[in-house]
Design a protein around this ligand. Structure first.
Ligand code: SF4
Length: 298
């Protein structure tokens, strides 16, 4: 059996950067009386990487832990998903030093959303309401935005009676984003026909899906087709893991999602000559290597 790791899978540069910042903070601690370094929420959606960094002293906390860390010299890392402005304010109030590892792509998204909102636009975001990145963006506009997860959701909840801008969470899938765009554009044309007058509804569409996710889709589909079976390794909480798994599964129905190598079922591999391993932007290369070793021992 040949086992190949998809060379386009694994950490995106935003995650590489975040993990590097955490490693640097851990390494910079004085040897004596080492204290933990803190991160707000899991550093990435991958239990294996969380475990590795936790063993080195990275402790996952929430904003509710700020009072116990107040004025203690604690450093708190903000992960790639970013945080709402409120978090920075609370850290400052508690005398906590923030190490900002927000992915620059997410920072850019927050800045663009803020710019439109400041100009009085209705902000619509294609994303998951409670995803950390979306919570950050919602905070930027004081929660005055509409988060939609499907075309129907957009048609049911977005009133196009004022100038509007549509953004996307960076890890959503582009085909659905484009369907939402078309559905809302269609709604504007209907409004014009219904009222028999020209209503100049300004509607902007900003495709803020990260190229690190969308750029992988075609390569992943081709990789999935080249192999008899795909083992897709990702954390279950990973948004882009779900998107990329769906892409692989559509290209090859013998694609299986696992979080750990122990979940692999031998039955999946029956008759397979070529097995491919792929993963999300938060799946560490070292863990895919371990999965490969496991499969070669079967
Ligand atoms: S997927 Fe894109 S936005 Fe998300 S962390 Fe990676 S580079 Fe940044």
């Amino acid at each position: 059996m040949n086992v190949t790791i998809d060379k386009f899978s694994g950490f995106c540069w935003g995650v590489v950067r975040t993990v590097q910042i955490a490693e640097d903070q851990l390494a910079q601690r004085p040897a004596e009386g080492r204290r933990n370094v803190y991160v707000l929420g899991h550093i990435i959606h991958n239990p294996k990487e969380i475990e590795r960094l936790a063993e080195r002293g990275l402790e996952t906390i929430t904003v509710d832990d700020f009072p116990r860390l107040a004025n203690s010299g604690a450093k708190v890392i903000i992960r790639a998903h970013g945080e709402p402005p409120e978090t920075y304010r609370k850290a400052w109030e508690h005398g906590i030093e923030i190490v900002d590892a927000t992915c620059p792509v997410v920072t850019k998204l927050q800045e663009r959303v803020r710019k439109f909102w400041d100009q009085g636009y209705q902000v619509v975001i294609f994303g998951k309401k409670d995803h950390a990145e979306v919570l950050g963006v919602r905070g930027v506009v004081q929660d005055q935005c509409i988060v939609v997860k499907s075309v129907q959701d957009a048609l049911d909840n977005v009133q196009l009676d004022r100038k509007t801008v549509l953004f996307s969470q960076t890890t959503m899938d582009r085909p659905t984003f484009l369907e939402i765009r078309d559905a809302l554009k269609g709604r504007i044309s209907e409004l014009i026909v219904d009222t028999m007058e020209e209503i100049a509804t300004e509607f902007h569409v900003k495709d803020t899906i990260c190229g690190q996710v969308s750029g992988r889709e075609a390569q992943l589909a081709a990789f999935a087709q080249r192999n008899d079976v795909i083992i897709f390794v990702a954390g279950r909480a990973s948004s882009n893991g779900k998107v990329l798994f769906d892409v692989a599964h559509a290209a090859n129905p013998r694609t299986y999602f696992v979080e750990t190598k122990e979940e692999i079922d031998r039955v999946w591999l029956q008759g397979a000559e070529n097995v491919g391993i792929s993963g999300a932007t938060s799946t560490p290369q070292w863990y895919m290597e371990e999965v490969r070793e496991e499969l070669l021992n079967y």
